[in-house]
Design a protein around this ligand. Sequence first.
Ligand code: GDD
Ligand code: MG
Length: 364
Amino acid sequence: MWWDDGMTEAILLVGGQGTRLRPLTISTPKPMLPVAGVPVTIHQIERARDAGVTRVVLGTSYRAEVFAERLGDGSDLGVEIAYAVEAQPLGTGGAIRNAADLLTCGPDDPVMVLNGDVLSGVDYRALLAGHVDWGAALTLHLTRVDDPTAYGLVPTGDDGQVLAFREKPQMPEEIVTDQVNAGCYVFTRSVIDEIPAGRPVSVERETFPALLDNGVLVRGVVDDAYWLDLGTPWDFVKGSADLVRGIAPWAGHRPAPYLLLDGAEVSDQAVIGHGTTVGRGVRVIGDAVIEGSVLMDGAVVEAGAAVIDSVIGERVRIGEGATVVGAVIGDDAVIGARNELRHGVRVWPGTQLGETSVRFSSDA
Ligand code: GDD
Ligand code: MG
């Protein structure tokens, strides 16, 4: 049995296109984007390892090569990593089925499956143990959110048995609960092997409803630990800032108002905080103000500029006196002096904006 041999396996779903995070995801898949200086995938692997996971199969598709280049065989992270690559994206269920070819455990063993874009404080070890104790076919971690419509809704009965699964419901009468799928599952291995192979499958729209129809035990565990899906730029900067400030769980990290990575230089006159990450080799010049932002490696922010709640791509230059609030600036862009970019502006990589223009919404 799995707890005797000390082996626990996990599948990480990291093949999505990260469309909502463009332009950041043009060159880097979403799970490899750095939050608090470290790719989301590494945060997840470390937490899984600390909960006893010994082997991780990455279900990759979009920009698959980026993962292996950075993570290798996993020895630096203290786990064994294997790569399942989909030539064409197979959806969440197809990806799990494809990755299962690289699992080594037996049919009755529990397998942890994680969406690759979530920061979570849930106790993985307790989920695994609970799954085995209950003899469930599938256990889902559920979290409560204010607006569940962007997620999979999962109502449960008194005993935690899942009653229904409604992915991103459109109709008001379908909003029957604030409990949503947190993108963290424990499957009994044999259940994964029954997912059809070689074609796209949505685990949320096809596999979960079918399991409920078949009357097998599917359990939901509602847990109020820290949880955030990093799918939008605003949640991405929030997640990064929460890690830096110690609001999101990060073993061994000492909470701080901001994080300076190797070679970053910040002038004494600069004002910096709210969980900002200043990437490798970044320069913050003069009296610039930086709050709650991610400055990726090699960026430069000149004197008098303000960067608030924004993502600044690699080697971007923010000119003197420019204001960037709630914006995403793609790699190598140059924002001329005194520009104002606000509220949802996305600047494509390499764009050069001259001086003094004001842009709202997505018209850059
Ligand atoms: N390998 C592979 N292949 N991975 C995929 C594919 C694919 O074709 N499609 C998506 N993924 C991965 C993504 O990289 C991501 O890590 C995860 O699967 C979920 O995809 P998202 O695109 O982020 O889905 P979502 O956020 O809209 O919804 C999902 O997550 C919510 C919680 O964060 C659903 O599972 C919802 O039910 C859930 O509430
Ligand atoms: Mg997501």
